[in-house]
Design a protein around this ligand. Structure first.
Ligand SMILES: CC(C)(COP(=O)(O)OP(=O)(O)OC[C@H]1O[C@@H](n2cnc3c(N)ncnc32)[C@H](O)[C@@H]1OP(=O)(O)O)[C@@H](O)C(=O)NCCC(=O)NCCS
Length: 198
């Protein structure tokens, strides 16, 4: 026990032992460009369902068994909606989510509690072969519309400071930082601080 604790403390000295992240908020009421004006014309978000998920599994080696199971568990879930990203040519390109009320983030070991009109944009990925074509930016724009249609007013997202691509996608919808987060990896602890301008 003691030895394990000492090892963990030692691991704190390793570079990358603390991840720096930010929680951002953004307004959902502003309209995104629609149709052809979206970042990836012809692309679509399809609410997760067994048939399309199985097709994605058969055609996308990057979809791990763990992620397949997680997406399958989310079919029809009340507080989280999973979407499969379909590229303009009809191929499956990734997935993304909108969460409501409460999201238990097991990866970053913290719980995000959402107010009545807040939606969390979470668990986004575009498969490598489909990257850098605007699909993630499209998924953010389209989810913004979908959340707004559900009566939501504010979007929230947590992004690692090193994730340039994700920050760039969300910048298009006017994110502003609201909280600093530090994930202490050896202890799997998330420390949250209010955002203060330097
Ligand atoms: C982050 C991720 C979703 C981006 O997907 P994508 O479809 O390639 O993103 P887009 O094509 O919409 O590009 C979005 C912006 O990021 C920029 N970008 C994309 N990849 C980049 C990279 N590797 N380095 C720097 N910038 C990058 C694009 O130029 C674009 O910026 P712009 O709109 O200002 O021109 C994808 O890289 C991914 O799945 N990463 C692993 C999982 C992950 O990080 N998820 C996000 C968690 S919040």
């Amino acid at each position: 026990m003691m030895r394990e604790a000492v090892q963990r403390v030692r691991r704190l000295r390793n570079p990358g032992s603390v991840w720096r992240l930010r929680r951002y908020a953004f307004d959902l009421r502003e309209r995104s460009p629609s149709g052809a004006g979206m970042a990836a014309p012809g692309a679509d978000l399809v609410e997760v369902n067994q048939a399309d998920l199985d097709e994605m599994r058969a055609s996308c080696p990057e979809l791990t068994d763990r992620k397949y199971e997680q997406l399958r568990e989310r079919i029809g879930a009340p507080d989280i909606t999973a979407y499969l990203i379909r590229d303009a040519d009809g191929t499956w390109a990734g997935y993304c989510h909108l969460a409501y009320r409460r999201f238990d983030d097991r990866y970053l070991n913290h719980v995000v509690r959402l107010r009545r009109r807040q939606a969390l944009f979470v668990d986004d990925a575009v498969f490598r072969t489909h990257r850098r074509r605007g699909l993630h930016t499209f998924s953010v724009q389209r989810r913004r519309e979908l959340a707004r249609e559900r009566g939501m007013r504010t979007g929230l997202v947590v992004i690692n400071d090193k994730n340039t691509a994700s920050i760039a996608s969300y910048r298009h919808v006017g994110i502003r930082p609201v909280r600093r987060l530090y994930f202490v990896r050896p202890f799997r602890v998330m420390i949250q601080l209010p955002w203060r301008r330097a």
